[in-house]
Design a protein around this ligand. Structure first.
Ligand code: DQA
Length: 182
């Protein structure tokens, strides 16, 4: 894995049923089935510079701070989190595909790839799980080239302009989308 993806990687472990060594296999199977899959929180290019990069636009909170906040809030709501960042489009695509099998949904701040990447759009289309698009800034109030996102058309919801708070709102919404009311 590339160094860029390691810095802010904060994968929390998901629930593993504690089963005594002697417990019947059937119980183990059942516990495994009811395991809550993690919410994937994926971040695109240059978001590793949060806190230092244009703080007047993106705020002073670092991505590591966001990872901690998001993981803690999700934990309170009963969900583990896989939190990752990459400057490479292919990494994001691989992780979206990974989430098809291993995630309960994807929260994505694709950074500039949101505006350019049909490949990310296609991977998201194939996800078949809830998707929430997040942007720290409000792209609609910025340059014209930020006003179109290839993510929005496949997202269940979009949260923009609320800086780090947007990630927390996304987690709260995702826990409802990923776990439909009984
Ligand atoms: C961003 C908005 C994008 O337009 C920009 O390229 C980013 C950050 C945001 O979070 O506001 O990298 O996704």
């Amino acid at each position: 894995m590339r160094a860029a993806t390691r810095g802010v990687r904060a994968e929390s472990r998901w629930y593993k049923a504690r089963i005594s060594p002697g417990a019947p296999a059937v119980l183990a199977k059942k516990a495994n089935k009811t395991r809550t899959l993690p919410i994937y929180v994926l971040n695109g290019p240059t978001l590793n510079l949060l806190g230092k990069r244009e703080p007047e636009v993106y705020g002073t909170t670092t991505l590591a701070d966001i990872a901690k906040m998001v993981t803690a809030r999700a934990k309170e709501l009963g969900f583990p989190v896989v939190f990752r960042q990459s400057n490479h489009e292919g990494d994001l695509i691989d992780w979206i595909i990974e989430a098809r099998a291993k995630g309960s949904g994807v929260i994505l701040n694709g950074g500039a790839f949101s505006h350019t990447s049909i490949a990310i759009h296609d991977a998201l289309r194939a996800l078949d799980k809830p998707i929430i698009e997040v942007h720290l800034s409000n792209p609609f109030a910025r340059e014209a080239f930020r006003r179109h996102s290839h993510v929005s058309s496949v997202a269940s919801g979009v949260i923009v302009g609320l800086k780090a708070e947007g990630y927390l709102l996304a987690v709260e919404a995702m826990t409802k989308l990923a776990r439909p009311a009984p």
